[in-house]
Each structure stands twice: as structure tokens, then as C-alpha cells.
Design a protein around this ligand. Sequence first.
Ligand SMILES: CCCCCCCCCC/C=C\C/C=C/C(=O)SCCNC(=O)CCNC(=O)[C@H](O)C(C)(C)COP(=O)(O)OP(=O)(O)OC[C@H]1O[C@@H](n2cnc3c(N)ncnc32)[C@H](O)[C@@H]1OP(=O)(O)O
Ligand SMILES: Cc1cc2nc3c(=O)[nH]c(=O)nc-3n(C[C@H](O)[C@H](O)[C@H](O)COP(=O)(O)OP(=O)(O)OC[C@H]3O[C@@H](n4cnc5c(N)ncnc54)[C@H](O)[C@@H]3O)c2cc1C
Length: 664
Amino acid sequence: MAGFDDLASERSKAQFDVEEMKVIWAGSRHTLEVSDRISRLVANDPVFRKDTRTMLSRKDLFKNTLRKAAHAWKRIIELRLSEEEAAELRFYVDEPAFMDLHWGMFIPTIKGQGTEEQQQKWLPLAYKMKIIGCYAQTELGHGSNVQGLETTATFDPQTDEFIIHSPTLTSSKWWPGGLGKVSTHAVVYGRLIIDSKDYGVNGFIVQLRSLDDHLPLPGITIGDIGMKFGSGAYNTMDNGVLRFDHVRIPRDQMLMRVSQVTREGKLVQSNVPWQLVYGTMVYVRQKIVSDASCALSRAVCIATRYSAVRRQFGLQSNGIETQVIDYKTQQSRLFPLLASAYAFRFVGEWLKWLYMDVNQRLQASDFSTLPEAHACTAGLKSLTTSATADGIEECRKLCGGHGYLCSSGLPELFAVYIPACTYEGDNIVLLLQVARFLIKTVSQLGSGKEPVGTTVYMGRVEQLMQCHCAVQKAEDWLKPSVILEAFEARSMRMSVASAQNLAKFDNQEEGFLELSADLVQAAVAHCQLIVVSKFIEKLQQDIPGKGVKGQLEALCNIYALFILHKHLGDFLSTGCITPKQASLANAQLRSLYSQVRPNAIALVDAFNYTDHYLSSVLGRYDGNVYPKLYEEAWKDPLNDSVVPDGYQEYIQPILKQQLRNARL
Ligand SMILES: CCCCCCCCCC/C=C\C/C=C/C(=O)SCCNC(=O)CCNC(=O)[C@H](O)C(C)(C)COP(=O)(O)OP(=O)(O)OC[C@H]1O[C@@H](n2cnc3c(N)ncnc32)[C@H](O)[C@@H]1OP(=O)(O)O
Ligand SMILES: Cc1cc2nc3c(=O)[nH]c(=O)nc-3n(C[C@H](O)[C@H](O)[C@H](O)COP(=O)(O)OP(=O)(O)OC[C@H]3O[C@@H](n4cnc5c(N)ncnc54)[C@H](O)[C@@H]3O)c2cc1C
């Protein structure tokens, strides 16, 4: 039967050890074991079913999410799951919910910005879920501009309290997930005011709802901000609005790792940089990069399997049509996304290491790598989420008409994913942060301050400004050193050109605004270089398993040459490569697609996704697409009755009218 046979035959063609590739994708044998076990546990639990999600009303959808979250928590306790296993379980439940913010932002904020004492007080309550917290930073009038927040926290020396207040409509907290209906507490960001003096934005732990009856505490107005894009999707989350009317909290509820307010109302700064107030965003951006590879690989898995099952045109001698995956156009759209999924996986792994490293240094009062960590998390969050959002939509198109059906899983995946381009920092705003970092690095070249980390290549500025690409034949593009040099030279030249243009302005801030579109492009070039170089570094590690390394090399080259092809203008205009070399890169890309083609299904099998997680008829492991699509259609509530509700009121009168007209 079509589908079954197609995917089985594809799997038999694989030229590498899929089980070993699963280990590489998971990160380690241990992680694979955990994720495999937990994903099956979730898939086999009827409470975690997802198939009716797009058909539920908002209220039913939300209540079902609460039910799932409560059940997930119950299972975590019953099975005594470790922190790692519990996080995997929440991941595979695959439904945005207040838990994400509680575990993903509220707890990390207390850990990162609270003193030892504050951690000892609040963390046990949060770990046991005796309180549920969210992260209330954004306001109706201010999101990107954190320093523009209007909420005030005024110290009252009489009572040793802060008075939290929303002075204007635009100061209403707006967007925080988990706030609308669930959270009992929030970390609220507001302006610290002491003795009428404004000391800028700080975080405060504020109780919002009673722990007895869940009613808002006096002075607090709170609710959900309303339906968001798509059906199902992010509407399982209670993004909320919150206003304070002179709400009092004890002084020790200001998060005081960065600065402390004494009983006398004196502000004392610690020796840590004030930017640690932004620390949770660095943590979550790092996490979002890892998650991008999950969302993209999921869409790619669906589109790849379906492309092997779907046949159109080109009758072969045996009378069957051509698998659409065999069309070069399909390959040239699909395989770069497959390669990007792997590339984002490895850069995510590296970023996790970078984040752990910066944290260890912070504990030892070494703050030197914080700017680098900020630039990398901001830039890579922007790059990977934009590419993933676009990639999911491309996968929908790669699945033709059926991709538009909710049962393909792609519309909901797209709707749930796209806000990642906005939350945790609008992607353009974040690239502008990277651009500032690059300009600063360029301006310090020659000052004796050597560039470090991901900007170390800038130390070779003279060589990179002059080098000529050595490619003479298509295969030369397979050399990692050739690819790296082209990407380094492009990034170096774009940053230097931006810095030179900026230097022409008397006022640097005005210049920055004027040149911001070019600066963003320079930031993108730098971030793409990081992705390419981390993929290449990954390949320098010991990679066991028959054929695994070869496949990863092909994917790495596809990623790099696809980016080169997409941004050809940059590479040509900076003189990094010639038009002839560009055309050789293209020829090499085509040949790489042919190399990956027989392995495509095995490469997506290596993600080890259950059908439950994919929630897609088109992406089923067994390829049994058509019977299941047909079956799925009949489950739609519209098909509950043969004659639809409303027939007598609305259809019949039209038909009768037409009949009368026809007689006239
Ligand atoms: C169990 C684990 C599960 C985890 C899963 C978690 C996933 C949960 C996902 C849930 C989904 C959604 C939740 C969404 C939440 C949110 O969206 S929270 C709100 C996020 N908001 C933002 O991201 C706002 C973006 N804006 C900013 O970050 C700043 O305003 C901006 C950086 C743009 C500007 O800052 P300013 O202070 O105004 O200005 P600037 O001069 O540019 O910067 C000064 C200085 O500070 C440095 N800097 C900036 N940011 C950081 C940082 N984060 N860390 C370190 N350093 C930073 C900057 O480089 C400057 O340095 P310089 O040396 O002076 O040049
Ligand atoms: C689903 C979702 C969940 C969220 N969850 C939370 C949460 O839990 N807690 C929380 O506190 N917040 C949350 N947010 C808010 C989120 O962090 C902000 O929406 C985000 O930081 C973007 O800010 P903004 O909405 O103010 O966008 P704006 O800054 O108003 O952006 C609008 C446009 O202006 C452009 N722009 C803005 N500034 C500049 C500039 N300097 N230069 C050039 N262009 C610029 C942007 O690129 C964009 O195109 C959430 C948002 C969403 C969508």
C-alpha cells in the first residue's frame, strides 16, 4: 500500500546508522533514553491527547490545559521524576501553559536575582508548587524598551514596605503568560523610587491572588488579554493584564542580588553588573535557541515523510507517479531546512554550554563574558526563531493542500511558534543589540584589547579584509576552512563597513538609527557565522556510527552553501567570492542534495519523535496518510449530522427563493 511501502523502502536505503544519529541528535545516550521513555509515557496517556485541540472553545481549551497541567504534576510526583525528566514531560505534553513561566522564568528569576536568603524563602514554595509564579515585565505601552517601564515601586520608610503602583493605563502589565487566570505570584518589574528619586528598573516578588480562594488581593485588577492568533495554538496560555493600586509589599520582596535597599532607605549596589536584572532573558533566549531546533525538526519531519509518500506526475514504467521528494525543487526547499534543524541543534548545545560557563564565572565574580553571552543569546535567538517560523510555513507549502489542514499539524505548529519572533525580545531589537556589540568590538581593534569568544576572528582583521576565496572547482566548497574563511570575511567586512559609515556621523546615536538596517544585516552575518562554525566544530568531535559523520558533513555543507546562496549579495558585494565561485557553490549544493536524498527519511527518523508529539496525519511514522486523512475528516463536528444545523433557517429559504425566481 502507498505510504507503508514508500517509507519502508526509504528506510531500507539509509546509508548510515540511524540509532547512533539519534544519540547525536539527543546529545547523549542518557538524554536519548530519558526523552524516549518520557515521550512514550506521554503518548500513551489518554489525558494528554491533543487531537481535539483546534475544535474546542477557548474556555474548554483552557480548562483542558489546566487538567493536563494538574495531571502532569500528579505524574511527576507519583513517578518521582527528576528535574530533567519532569522538564521532558512538560515538553512532550506540548501545550503552552502557566507551568512554562513558573518553571522557565519565575523560578530562574528568583535563582538569578534573589539573595541566598530570598532563595531559601521562595524556592521551596515554588518547587513544591505551593505558589505559582509568572514574569511580569512587559506593559501595555512598553515591551522592547525595558528602561521605559512605568510601574513604580516606591519605598515607604515608615512601614518598611514598597508601594507597587500602576500610574497610567500604559503602565498596566500586559502579556505575561500564566498571569491572566492562574498565577498566585509574579516577579514584577518596576521603577525603584526612594525619596522621590528614580533608581531604574528592578524586580519585586508580589502576591497577586489569595492562596485560599484565588481571588485577587486588594488593589489588584487582573484578567486575560484575549484570544490570540490561530485556533488552539497559544490560546492555551492565559497571557494577562495586571494593574496595581498602591499595593504594599514587605521590603525584603525586592530581588536584592544586584542592589539592596536598607531599612533606612539607602540603595547599596553589589559588585555584580546591573545588567543581571536582565539575566532571566539571557537564560530564556538560550533555551529558545535549543527549542527552535525542536520546532523546525518537527515540521521538517512531517514534510519529509509526506514528500516521500506523496506522488505527482511523471508516470514511471511501473505505472506509479513520482514521489514529490524526487523533484529537485522540492529538495532545494526541504533539505536546507533539514540541515538548518541539525545546525540549530548543535548551536543550541553550544549556547547551553556558554550559558553554564558564564554562570560559573558569575559565581566567581568574573563578569568578563557577560557581554558575549548577551550578544550570542540575543543574536542566535533572533536568527533561529525567524528561520524556524519561516521554515514551518515553507514545510506547510511543501505539503501542498493537505498541509493547510489542521490534521497536518502544521497550521497549529506555525501559530504556536511565531510569537517566538517577538517574545523574549523582538528579533530586530535583539539584532540591534548584536550590532552594538560588533561595532564596539571593531572600534576596539588595534587598541590592545583582543577580541574574544565568537569575535576572535575579528583579530585577523587585516587578513580578512584582503583575502581571496581559493575555490576553483565545486568540490573546493566542501573544505571547512574555505567555508569558514568566506563567512568570516563577509562578516568582518560588513561590520567594518558599518563602523566606517557610522564614523561619518557626528552623533553616533543618530548614525546608529540611520544605518540600523545595514547594522542588522551585519549582525545576521555574524550570527550565521557562529552557526556555521559551531557545526564545523561539532564535526571535529569523535562521531561514532557507520556513515553518521558523512551525513552530518553533508548537512553542514548544505547549511553553509544554502546561506551563501541566499545571501549572495553580501558575499559578492563585499568581494569575498566571485560570481564564478558563487555558481560553483550552487553546483555543489545540487550535488549535496542528491547525496542526502536516499537518507532523508532516516535523517528525520533520527529525531525520534512519536506520532503523538508530531500530531500530524501527514508525518505519521508508518506513512499511512490517505486512509487516516479520510478517517480524520469524518471526526470534524460539522460531520456529526448529515444535514447541517442552520439548514432550515438559512439554506432552505435561499433554495426556495431560487426556485421561485427560476419559475418566474
Ligand atoms: C524548565 C526550563 C524551561 C525553560 C523554558 C522557558 C521558555 C518559556 C518560554 C515562554 C514563552 C514566552 C515567555 C515570554 C516572556 C517574555 O517575553 S518576557 C519579556 C521579554 N522582554 C524583552 O525581551 C525586552 C527586550 N528588551 C531588552 O532586552 C532591553 O530593553 C534592550 C536590551 C533592548 C535595551 O536595553 P537598555 O538597557 O535600554 O539599553 P542598552 O543601552 O542597549 O543596554 C545597556 C547595556 O546593557 C547590555 N545588555 C542589554 N541587555 C542585556 C542582557 N540581557 N544581559 C546582559 N547585558 C545586557 C547592553 O549590551 C549594554 O551594554 P554596554 O556595555 O553598555 O554596551
Ligand atoms: C505570546 C507572547 C508571550 C509573552 N509573554 C510575556 C511574559 O511572560 N512576560 C512579559 O513580561 N512579556 C511577555 N511578552 C511580551 C514580549 O516580551 C514583548 O511583546 C516583546 O518584548 C516585544 O515588545 P513590544 O511588544 O513592545 O514590541 P514593540 O517594541 O512595540 O515592537 C513593534 C515594532 O517596533 C520595532 N521596534 C521597536 N523598537 C525598535 C528599535 N529600537 N529600533 C527599530 N525597531 C524597533 C520592532 O522591531 C517591531 O517591528 C509576550 C509576548 C507574546 C507575543
